[in-house]
Write a protein that binds this ligand. Structure first.
Ligand SMILES: O=C1O[C@H](COP(=O)(O)O)[C@@H](O)[C@H](O)[C@H]1O
Length: 260
């Protein structure tokens, strides 16, 4: 049985980013107050990073015990440590350097300048091993059961670094090296659908007219080879947080207007 999908439309990118941050803070606070140490997966991309900036500037960020939170990435650009285009660098600058995360609870994808100078495939294998080491009792896949997995979506419908018609779409295991990415840089590391679909909740954060077509296709039964976003869903719920531009082609019957 497939889990429910909820599409929420916000007035504009700014409202969407702030609302996603508020949801995130509430979800993590609820989990922590129930005694859990949540596992969250961050996304790169313009809006994904903006959500992190909103988390940083929210007064409610003090409600979260940042030291009791595991942070992972759904994908990474295979670039040296500290490179401005690494998703990790952007997340650290936007949020992680400004909250009291426990360093050993932050799990970046190994960079090419990490010990052993890993290739994308070797970095993927190391990340898969790190994920497997955090698997919890009862977890069905070799990853911790992610409480929230954030995803941006490219105008081509890609999610994480799973691009349309790319061989990485068919990778086994939980993490794959990616070569020949149509979006620079060409070398990347990505969670596979197997890992993404182990998440309890998948939250898409998508804004802009250029995302309207793939959003509509993903929500209306497109194949995941053509529109990879169609293949990403959570075990309990999949949430699409859109701005008006990205929602223009989604049938009104499946959307909820949060901020007109
Ligand atoms: O390269 C990437 O792009 C996607 C989408 O980015 P956006 O700027 O179009 O929102 C992102 O989700 C992914 O993590 C990133 O590596």
């Amino acid at each position: 049985m497939t889990s429910p999908t909820l599409v929420v439309v916000h007035r504009d990118q700014q409202t969407l980013a702030a609302a996603a941050a508020a949801r995130f803070l509430t979800t993590v606070t609820d989990l922590q107050s129930a005694g859990a140490v949540p596992h969250v997966v961050l996304t790169g991309g313009g809006l994904g990073t903006r959500v992190l900036s909103e988390l940083r500037s929210s007064p409610a960020r003090a409600a979260v015990d940042w030291s009791r939170l595991h942070v992972w990435w759904g994908d990474e650009r295979h670039l040296p440590t500290g490179h401005p285009d690494r998703n990790e660098t952007q997340a650290r600058e936007a949020l992680l350097d400004h909250v009291d995360v426990a360093p050993d609870h932050v799990h970046p994808v190994p960079a090419p300048d990490s010990p052993g100078d890993p290739s994308p495939e070797e970095a993927a294998a190391a990340y898969a091993a790190e994920l497997a080491a955090h698997r919890r009792p009862g977890d069905a896949v070799d990853v911790p059961r992610f409480d929230v997995l954030l995803l941006g979506m490219g105008p081509d419908g890609h999610v994480a670094s799973l691009f349309p018609e790319h061989p990485a779409l068919h990778a086994d295991g939980t993490v794959t090296g990616v070569r020949g990415s149509p979006k620079p840089p060409p070398e990347r590391v990505s969670m596979t659908f197997g890992a993404i679909r182990a998440a309890v909740e998948v939250w898409f954060v998508v804004a802009g007219d250029d995302k309207a077509a793939p959003a509509a296709m993903a929500l209306q039964g497109a194949g995941e080879r053509q529109v990879p976003a169609a293949g990403a869903h959570g075990t309990r719920r999949t949430l699409w947080l859109l701005d008006r531009g990205a929602a223009t082609r989604v049938p009104a019957a499946v959307t909820r207007i949060a901020s007109p």
